[in-house]
Design a protein around this ligand. Structure first.
Ligand SMILES: Nc1nc2c(c(=O)[nH]1)N[C@H]1C(S)=C(S)[C@@H](COP(=O)(O)OP(=O)(O)OC[C@H]3O[C@@H](n4cnc5c(=O)[nH]c(N)nc54)[C@H](O)[C@@H]3O)O[C@H]1N2
Ligand SMILES: Nc1nc2c(c(=O)[nH]1)N[C@H]1C(S)=C(S)[C@@H](COP(=O)(O)OP(=O)(O)OC[C@H]3O[C@@H](n4cnc5c(=O)[nH]c(N)nc54)[C@H](O)[C@@H]3O)O[C@H]1N2
Ligand SMILES: [Mo]
Length: 794
């Protein structure tokens, strides 16, 4: 096995001299033509470029840009008059006033200074969660963290919306997720060695379009096709069937959403009672199997987790569950699970159960066997290019210790001072007076948006947002500062395991008044006496050279020689392909678990975790456990009209980014996001393709357009994320339905468990009916009212 980079000089991609490239999370694009005629085409080094990026140039030049600094009218009046009244309840519901950059920066610096001196830096929430844009330097979230650290720190967030439950669970039982990411057995190895690939939640090609930091050469589609041509058998356990396309046959097991833990435990039970489990692996590489065994057999709770038990919960046939167990034991089997399964109530459990099943099969560390946590979630997983220490911007040191698990923002705003559990400790919600956001869209990403909308309008004194576009978060801010897009800056594009490092060239001049986040923070840090700490004397280009040099030094230590900066910049790309690599996750650990222990308390796989058990959480015991989710079809049986809402990742954009661009627009129906239903569920409600429906529950409602597809099992509806939040009214107390189709007005805002407090967006029941109310045209991209300044600062 060879996973370490070997000494070599990495050659440039011979695409063309000095290509004008830009990198986005969804791919690399090359500029063709000049001026208004300029357009983008997919990068020649990418075998299957994503169509998402082709419309980003038009979007950047289009009408939805934030063009000038603005401040909310009554907030501005109060600040100018030195009064504390800021009328947070009018956020989103009154005009903005255009102000000069000078005054905008003075207002922001003063607001920071004021809360700092009155309440300390622990009253500033600067978590600023969000994907921002690709580019290692102008990454907005890194910039805002570095800036806030240079002025005394901020309340941060822990974990991510992507992997809230898994990030906290996995280090206790196997390894941190970031370590697992880059260790995944490669597509190439699976094509050679895997016989059976069983996935929970598909391997969605739509998701593999992206990589955080920039996908450069898309490999997942080909990886699946090569496996299929090599004769690998595929089984997809999923409420939808259109999330796995191998070009060949796939068996679909249409499971009831959220019943996966029960199914996996039943597979474990069947292995155990048929004595097909690998006793040796369980004793040499794992701890706690005796406790798991007692639970599987029902010794602890009187309920054997057998196939009959699971059949009722999953709505899959008993015989199929038993046969699947035998198939898995008889073949070289790779198990895979989508991240979406842990974005749910008790979301730790399907991941823990999957690892338990893989341990019982005993194939972890064998080529083509074992488990994966997220093949298909991004282009990174299973990619086998060189692993190098890429360029990074140091974020400095945060002097504030207070934090929240990322998805607990509304709890924090509503309940300052209250205690919460997290990963074995108790903490308190800080009392926030100022929110700073750059590079994220909480009114896209958070659950129960009506609740967040109310909390956001009630609590903080000041909300500052840097944005490129008039997103709902920008509309709900007090100060909006216009930021440039990557197309207007130079930067370095790189993501782990990607094939290319990219010299990103500016393709456009900054649009109107837009400035780089870095330039904005330079000026603010100067006003707050932290210019030297923040800039370290470098301009943006100086930082690129410094970051590249740091990365080049670390690469050299690891035996990889990168060209000098000038050569890289001229070439445009560095090719990091390592075609000979044979990446097998945990091969070393398998061969010698004592020499290559895991970083868990026992050094082994913890099928029972004494540490987690010691936390005493009823909602996350010491081993993989079936616990009914708070909302699922299994407890909605009394109402046969209830549907489980899947709010998955959108295929025509990245989250809410580029929702307004042509590619995403082409997927809308009458300007609304489509909601997909099975033919049976549509017929039961008298609905046909294109009908406008109201989707609702006790938390909220939205309008969407029906799309019918037999790729969905009955009882589920799919409304992908990303349609910009578009409430009928922005006024607190009268928000009304979302007119556009944003699922987060419906989703549930609570933690996955006391262990992780992860987001549970996928745990959501809804009703759907034809919409016969008054016409409510969607207006998600309408600009806010911006009025002239009647009393400009002198
Ligand atoms: N219901 C439901 N909700 C979900 C999920 C789900 O599965 N279901 N998934 C969750 C997940 S996994 C995630 S990761 C989140 C994603 O949530 P976010 O990461 O918040 O979503 P994005 O739309 O990527 O928001 C990024 C914002 O940054 C802005 N931006 C981009 N570049 C720059 C820049 O250079 N400077 C500045 N100032 N701004 C910039 C963009 O215009 C955009 O508004 O959503 C979560 N929400
Ligand atoms: N094009 C595009 N790609 C993206 C993103 C994007 O916004 N756009 N976002 C990126 C980000 S930030 C992330 S975190 C990843 C997320 O990657 P994932 O979390 O894996 O993505 P999802 O699309 O939410 O879900 C994957 C599949 O799981 C299925 N599923 C949902 N609930 C269940 C269940 O209970 N059981 C089973 N068996 N299956 C279920 C869904 O139907 C869906 O087909 O995607 C990344 N890739
Ligand atoms: Mo994510």
């Amino acid at each position: 096995m060879k996973t370490d980079p070997s000494p070599q000089v990495v050659a440039a991609h011979p695409a063309r001299p000095e290509p004008r490239l830009t990198a986005a999370h969804w791919g690399v694009y090359e500029a063709v033509g000049e001026g208004d005629a300029m357009h983008l085409k997919g990068f020649v080094g990418d075998p299957s470029p994503s169509p998402i990026g082709l419309s980003m140039l038009d979007a950047a030049r289009g009408p939805v840009r934030v063009r000038r600094p603005v401040a909310r009218q009554s907030w501005l009046a109060a600040r100018r008059a030195g009064q504390p009244q800021v009328h947070g309840e009018r956020r989103g519901d009154e005009p903005f006033v255009e102000v000069s950059w000078e005054e905008a920066l003075d207002l922001v610096a003063h607001a920071i200074e004021e809360v700092r001196s009155e309440h300390g830096n622990e009253s500033i929430f600067g978590g600023s969660y969000g994907w921002s844009s690709a580019g290692r330097f102008h990454h907005a979230q890194s910039q805002v963290h570095r800036f806030l650290n240079s002025v005394g720190g901020y309340v941060r967030h822990a974990d991510s919306y992507s992997l809230g439950a898994a990030r906290v669970l996995l280090p206790h039982i196997v390894a941190p997720i970031d370590e697992l990411f880059v260790k995944h057995t490669s597509w190439r190895v699976m094509a050679r060695h895997t016989q059976l690939f069983v996935t929970f939640g598909g391997v969605p090609a739509k998701n593999a379009q992206v990589s955080s930091g920039g996908a450069t050469a898309h490999v997942v589609d080909q990886g699946l096709r090569d496996m299929a041509s090599a004769g690998v058998r595929f089984i997809n356990v999923s409420p939808v069937s259109d999330n796995l396309d191998t070009g060949g046959p796939v068996e679909w097991l249409p499971i009831r959403p959220h019943a996966d833990t029960a199914l996996i435990l039943a597979l474990c039970h069947t292995l155990l009672t048929a004595e097909l489990h690998d006793r040796t692996f369980l004793s040499t590489h794992c701890v706690g199997f005796n406790k798991v065994e007692a639970y599987l057999l029902g010794h602890t709770d009187g309920q054997p987790k057998d196939a009959t038990w699971a059949a009722a919960l999953t709505e899959l046939p008993v015989g199929r569950i038993i046969a699947l167990t035998h198939d898995m034991a008889a073949a070289r089997t790779m198990l895979n699970i989508s991240w979406s399964l842990q974005r749910s109530h008790h979301g730790e459990q399907p991941f823990w159960a999957l690892i338990t099943l893989a341990a019982m099969l005993g194939q972890i560390g064998l080529a083509g066997g074992g488990f994966g946590v997220g093949y298909g979630t991004t282009n990174m997983i299973g990619n086998d290019n060189l692993r190098i220490p890429g360029p990074t911007l140091p974020q400095g040191r945060n002097a504030v210790g207070a934090f929240i698990p990322v998805a607990r923002i509304a709890d924090m705003l509503e309940r300052p001072g209250e205690a919460f559990d997290y990963n074995g400790a108790r903490h308190r919600y800080p009392d926030i007076h100022l929110i700073y956001w750059a590079g994220g869209n909480p009114f896209h990403h958070h659950q129960d948006l009506n609740r967040l909308h109310r909390a956001w309008q009630t609590k903080p004194r000041t909300i500052i947002v840097h944005e490129q576009y008039w997103t709902p978060t920008a509309k709900l801010a007090d100060v909006v500062l216009p930021a440039t897009t990557s197309l207007e800056r130079e930067d370095i594009g790189y993501a782990s395991r990607e094939r290319f490092m990219i010299a990103m060239k500016p393709l456009l001049a900054p649009v109107d008044g837009a400035r780089d986040d870095y330039a904005i923070f330079c000026d603010l840090s100067a006003r707050l006496g932290a210019f030297d700490a923040f800039t370290e004397g470098r301009d943006a280009h100086g930082w690129l050279q410094w970051m590249y040099a740091e990365s080049r030094n670390k690469c050299r230590e690891a035996g990889v020689n990168l060209p000098d900066f000038g050569t890289f910049w001229r070439q445009g790309t560095i090719d990091l392909a390592e075609p000979e690599a044979e990446v097998v996750m945990f091969a070393d650990f398998r061969t010698d678990p004592l020499a290559h222990p895991l970083n868990t308390p026992s050094g082994k796989l913890e099928l029972f975790s004494e540490r987690i058990a010691s936390f005493g959480y009823a909602d996350c015991p010491g081993q993989a456990t079936w616990m009914e989710p708070v909302e699922w079809l299994g407890n909605a049986a009394s109402d046969r009209h209830t549907l489980h809402l899947l709010s998955d990742q959108p295929h025509t954009k990245l989250h809410s980014q580029l929702d307004h661009a042509a590619y995403s627009q082409a997927n809308k129906v009458g300007g609304r996001e489509p909601v997909t239903l099975s033919p049976q569920d549509a017929a039961a409600r008298g609905l046909t393709d294109g009908d406008v429906v109201r989707i609702f529950n006790a938390r909220g409602s939205c309008l969407a357009a029906v799309r019918i597809s037999d790729a969905l099992r009955t009882g589920v509806a799919r409304l992908s994320t990303g349609a910009w939040y578009d409430p009928a009214s922005w006024r607190a107390g009268a928000i009304g339905p979302d007119k556009h189709g944003n699922p987060n007005v419906l989703t549930l805002d609570m933690g996955a468990s006391s262990l992780s407090q992860g987001c549970i967006a996928q745990t959501c029941l809804v009703q759907i009916e034809r919409y016969d109310g008054p016409p409510l045209a969607p207006t998600p991209y309408q600009l806010p009212e911006i009025v002239a300044d009647l009393e400009p600062a002198a």
